[in-house]
Ligand binder design. Structure first.
Ligand SMILES: [Cu+2]
Length: 157
């Protein structure tokens, strides 16, 4: 009987290693959901063919917008009231600005005044916060995975 048990045990041990690796990955994924969910809203605006695209944007207050110049020519992202100014952006360069006041902002490109854009910020919805639930879910996945790993690693007789 001793000769039969040994190879079977080896096979089970190899399977457990793969299972363990998968579960450790799941743990990491579960815990990393926490940090991702905590970050603020983001949005992007392309600068292409001498225009901001989309030109009019409405975002939740606190959102970080990132403009990227796709043109060969240099452009700027300059608030009409001076609230922000990217300076000259070469092709492929980006500029980010976090909107933290409830307001509307018109902006333009300094070298090309006919290039204009507009951003309006709105109040975040006070109702149930999905951001509160997501970290809890991530934590739950992480803890569940940890307990499965603990079970997989339990001493055998
Ligand atoms: Cu321009």
């Amino acid at each position: 009987m001793g000769t039969n048990v040994h190879p079977r045990w080896k096979l089970r041990s190899a399977m457990n290693k793969k299972l363990l690796a998968a579960l450790v990955l799941l743990c990491l994924l579960g815990f990393s959901l926490n940090t991702v969910a905590g970050e603020g809203n983001t949005g992007t605006v392309d600068i292409e063919n001498f225009a901001f695209s989309p030109g009019d944007v409405t975002v939740v207050n606190g959102t970080t917008l990132t403009w990227t110049n796709l043109d060969v020519d240099n452009h700027t992202v300059t608030a009409d009231d001076g609230a922000f100014d990217s300076g000259l952006l070469a092709q492929g360069e980006s500029f980010s600005y976090t909107f933290d006041t409830l307001d509307s902002f018109s902006y333009h490109c300094t070298p090309h005044p006919s290039m204009t854009g507009w951003v309006e910020t709105t109040a975040p919805q006070p109702a149930p916060e999905p951001a509160e639930e997501t970290p809890g879910f991530g934590l739950l996945v992480g803890l569940l995975s940890l307990s499965v790993v603990a079970i997989a690693l339990r001493p055998r007789d």
